[in-house]
Design a protein. Structure first.
Length: 394
């Protein structure tokens, strides 16, 4: 079985004969011009959206963190709905957060704005005894550490939440230290004292620190006049890098040693199940940078962009086939119209055209046209083998 590679026609241009035959065909040309303008406009807008997403679309917001505790089956709860005979006394620590002035329709989950929550629990020493290393009657080192860290699965597969509960049995006081690490992009780092003194900030992202240090070098004209890749360190840079000169490609490598992870948000909280202290909720406001709500809409729009591509390609293929059919019909129309008007003259012209085509086809053969006209050509010894070969193939 022979396989033939057939190329689909791609030309969607109507022949001039079609326009002379079908006056309304000019509407198709106008539609093609409109389509080209729309395609150019859409492509330009798509590039604009990609550029917007590539830039920093983060806004300043306030994250309010709530910490509260609830109790069950404690002695002072006898006679209430929270007391069940025979059950061990328990307490529950809850850490939750929400963004102030957030869109109620598209509110962000607390877990989407943090990367980790660590709760360190220090229990009260028996009888409140001090061990010499502390002064508050609680154990020095954490008795228990509860941790939550952001999952590495894709965002669409994560289970988001607004609050984290830690429930334990107990009736004695507990001191809790809650450490919350905010999610930032790009990640911000704590700068070393020497670098902070040069840049004038205590925290910065890695790209921001590199750009700021480069601006410092340019401002103080520390580049070598002849070798621009060479930087001559002034007194602050000597203290920072402990070198007289550095090469520009080394700047990022040397700068990394002066960047350390930011300190997490630390909140101290005392859980006291011994008595009803009323409202024990506390709240803290933390400045935070979050993605603009428009960013998710833009990403959704760009991700859904290729969905109609297959359908558009299908319609383009149909249009191309119809255009090719119209062009063929236009040629056939002219052919039969000319034949109907002057049959004899048309046939003479057509036969002459066919003869010219035949002459062109036989131009590469190893015999002359005059020799073919004589009968002796067909009695040649080469004709019979060639004839048998031709018949054998067919």
């Amino acid at each position: 079985m022979e396989w033939q590679n057939k190329r689909k026609p791609t030309d969607r241009t109507l022949d001039e004969k079609v326009y002379s035959t079908l006056p309304n065909a000019s509407i198709f040309k106008q539609m093609q011009d409109v389509e080209s303008n729309i395609d150019a406009l859409v492509q330009r807008k798509r590039l604009d959206l990609q550029d917007m997403i590539g830039r920093s679309m983060r806004i300043n917001k306030t994250l309010r963190i709530f910490i509260s505790s609830t109790f069950a089956d404690q002695l002072w709860q006898q006679g209430t709905q929270y007391f069940a005979n025979g059950e061990d006394p328990t307490w529950t620590l809850r850490v939750e957060g929400r963004l102030l002035d957030d869109d109620p329709v598209k509110s962000r989950a607390f877990s989407s704005m943090i990367t980790s929550v660590i709760v360190e629990l220090r229990r009260e020493n028996p009888n409140g005894e001090l061990d010499g290393s502390n002064t508050d009657g609680f154990s020095t080192d954490p008795d228990e550490i509860v941790e939550w860290h952001e999952s590495s699965v894709p965002p669409e597969q994560r289970v988001e939440f607004d609050g984290l509960d830690v429930k334990r049995s107990g009736k004695n006081k507990i001191k809790a230290k809650v450490l919350i690490q905010l999610k930032e992009y790009p990640d911000k780092f704590k700068l070393s004292p020497q670098l902070a003194k040069i840049l004038g900030v205590t925290e910065e992202s890695k790209p921001g620190a590199v750009v700021s240090l480069w601006q410092y070098i340019r401002y103080h004209q520390l580049q070598d006049v002849d070798e621009k890749r060479l930087i001559k360190c002034n007194a602050p840079l000597k203290e920072l890098f402990n070198r007289e000169k550095i090469i520009l490609p080394q700047l990022v490598e040397l700068l990394v040693h002066h960047l350390s992870p930011r300190e997490p948000i630390t909140i101290e909280y005392t859980i006291d199940p011994t008595q009803n202290n009323g409202n024990t909720d506390v709240a803290f406001d933390v400045p935070i940078q979050v993605d603009h709500s428009l960013r998710s809409d833009l990403l959704t729009m760009l991700n859904s962009w290729p969905q109609g591509t297959a359908q558009i390609a299908h319609y383009d293929n149909l249009i191309t086939q119809n255009v090719q059919a119209l062009n063929l019909l236009a040629y056939q129309h002219d052919f039969y119209k000319e034949f109907a008007n002057e049959p004899a003259k048309f046939l003479d012209k057509w036969v002459a055209s066919q003869a010219a085509d035949l002459k062109t086809i036989y131009a590469d053969r190893q015999f002359s046209e005059e020799a073919v006209r004589h009968s002796s050509f067909y009695t040649d010894d080469l004709v019979n083998p060639a004839l048998h070969l031709f018949l054998g193939k067919n």
